[in-house]
Design a binder for this molecule. Structure first.
Ligand code: IPM
Ligand code: MG
Length: 356
């Protein structure tokens, strides 16, 4: 199989974790007889510095013509005070929008070797954890009307949360299809006791459910969900939610798995090009120090093999290699118990590489 993969390392720890993921992909290609070509493009703060734009036109163009896109992370304090349109994050949001990636899937599982790294009690974890956050990615408050102004001498700002039925129906459809391949249970997370937009989510999601009678649908307020996630995470299968709630709940869920550094994600849309990125940020505090956990990035590459290239066996191979490295006892700083020895980003990458 031949595939063209566009790499967007981005900022902070992005380039160093990307390096490990690319090594792993090259190893897979070599071992399994595939030819992957890689093209690196700029995004985020790095792109602002070089091209004056967090998503230069040629970057978006390269992504549109790729078989898949792998992204590290964007953002950092250096660009905190730039104008909103020139923030690194804006580049990522424009990329998601530009590729029409409305569904962001964030699978959360606990590797047995990492159960001690989870802040939850073993008795809660022993119930198991295998959920997937199905987050709407190109609508809602992230993309709504916004304004900062002074009204009668008082500084005021607003951001609008708005969804139409088409936007809700297509992500709900993804969630039900996913659930059909899993434990057939969807939890719609919203704030329908307060928000009109949430009420529409409920109405439309119930309509979509009628086409998926084998899947049960429950609805849950987001505050309750935040609580249930740490009380009884095993009860969840597919969590369907809007852009903002999905951002927040996936960080919470990731910690149950031991570290946000472990979680990969895939973003799907109507086009053929999908985007793969770890759910964590650019961690500027440890950037360039070889301390980052490359697993979320490497596992994102595994998802790329599975979803964009149809290489299921190869994806499993990568996932097993990550698991084996953890079972050997390797722990990056985010996973290590106090006083335990710490593996660097490259040591972890080497171990995964060796396991493929
Ligand atoms: C994520 C990140 C992004 C988001 C930021 C960097 C814009 O937190 O992918 O979860 O909020 O979507
Ligand atoms: Mg986030």
């Amino acid at each position: 199989m031949q595939a063209k993969i566009v790499l967007l390392p981005g900022d902070g720890i992005g380039p160093e974790i990307m390096e490990q993921a690319v090594r792993v992909l090259k190893r897979v290609a070599e071992r399994c007889g595939h030819t992957f070509s890689f093209q690196t493009e700029a995004i985020g703060g790095t792109a602002i510095d070089t091209f004056g734009d967090p998503l230069p036109e040629h970057t978006l163009d390269a992504c549109k013509h790729a078989d898949a896109v792998l992204l590290g992370a964007v953002g950092g304090p250096k660009w905190d005070d730039t104008a909103p349109a020139l923030r690194p994050e804006k580049g990522l949001l424009r990329l998601r929008k530009g590729l029409g990636l409305y569904a962001n899937l964030r699978p959360v599982t606990v590797y047995p070797a990492l159960s001690a790294a989870s802040p939850l009690k073993q008795e809660i974890l022993s119930e198991g954890l295998d959920l997937i956050v199905c987050r709407e990615l190109i609508g809602g408050i992230y993309f709504g009307q916004r304004e900062t102004k002074t009204v009668d001498g008082i500084r005021t700002a607003y951001d609008v949360e708005s969804y139409n039925e088409t936007e809700i129906a297509r992500i709900a459809e993804q969630a039900f299809q996913l659930a059909e391949k899993r434990r057939r249970h969807v939890t719609l997370v919203d704030k329908a006791n307060v928000l009109d937009s949430s009420k529409l989510w409920r109405t439309v999601t119930k309509e979509v459910q009628k086409e998926h009678p084998s899947v049960t649908l429950e609805t849950m307020y987001v505050d309750n969900c935040a609580m249930q996630l740490v009380r009884n995470p095993a009860r969840f299968d597919v969590l369907l939610t809007n852009n903002l709630f999905g951002d927040i709940l996936s960080d919470e869920a990731s910690m149950i798995a031991g570290s946000i550094g472990m979680l990969p994600s895939v973003s799907l849309g109507e086009e053929q090009v999908h985007l793969y990125e770890p759910i964590h940020g650019s961690a500027p505090d440890i950037a360039g120090e070889n301390k980052a956990n490359p697993c979320g990035m490497i596992l994102s590459a595994a998802l790329l093999l599975r979803h964009s290239l149809g290489l299921e066996e190869e994806a499993v191979r990568v996932e097993k290699a990550v698991e084996a490295a953890l079972e050997k006892g390797l722990r990056t700083a985010d996973l290590a118990a106090p006083g335990a020895s710490i593996a660097s980003c490259t040591t972890m990458g080497d171990a995964v590489y060796a396991g493929i």
